[in-house]
Design a binder for this molecule. Structure first.
Ligand code: 2BA
Length: 151
């Protein structure tokens, strides 16, 4: 059963937990797949947002998506890395959150997505809500309750 305190925690705004846009690795519309693969490899992330010059969110690019688009029937088509742009292959079917949405909405989306982009009403990218940050907060919240009950 959700107690009153847990209810408050889950109702707190997503905006309190996001990694701000300036700390999120991203690529821009117009970048080719070679550039995206470089950014993904150097940062170590599997998927990152695709933004335009005004910081509006357009989709997500990931290493599996890039690999899928260079795999030919008989060979790896390396030339596609420079031929194709991120907007040709990015995933546009992505959920988004707003900074004032309750954390409980973010928690639900994080079941199927490792991170969820947060945007404002004009689709300007504000940051990401990650599983790590939410699990860390949830853990900090739950641990004292668990050990208090055991005492
Ligand atoms: P993944 O890249 O698949 O990373 C899965 C988890 O591995 C991350 O979970 C994190 O715990 C760890 N990890 C991966 N690369 C890391 C790195 N360079 N430094 C520290 N830890 C790293 P979360 O932190 O929950 O992130 C979930 C997803 O959010 C990541 O999935 C990535 O796609 C994205 N992400 C997280 N932080 C990002 C950032 N600063 N810029 C761009 N994308 C980010």
């Amino acid at each position: 059963m959700i107690d009153l305190q847990a209810g408050n925690f889950l109702q707190s705004s997503v905006g309190n937990f996001i990694i701000p846009s300036e700390r999120v690795a991203h690529v821009q519309i117009g970048n080719n797949l070679e550039h995206a693969l470089l950014v993904l490899t150097k940062t170590g992330y599997t998927a990152i947002p695709v933004l335009d010059a005004k910081y509006q969110l357009h989709g997500l690019i990931s290493s599996p998506l890039i690999l899928d688009n260079i795999m030919g029937m008989e060979r790896i088509e390396f030339e596609n890395l420079s031929k194709l742009c991120v907007e040709d292959v990015m995933n546009q079917e992505i959920p988004t959150l707003h900074a004032n949405d309750p954390l409980v909405d973010g928690l639900k989306l994080l079941i199927n997505h490792p991170f969820v982009c947060t945007v404002d009403e004009n689709k300007y990218f504000k940051g990401i809500l990650t599983r790590r940050v939410v699990l860390k907060q949830l853990n900090a919240y739950i641990q004292p309750m668990y050990y208090k009950e055991k005492d």
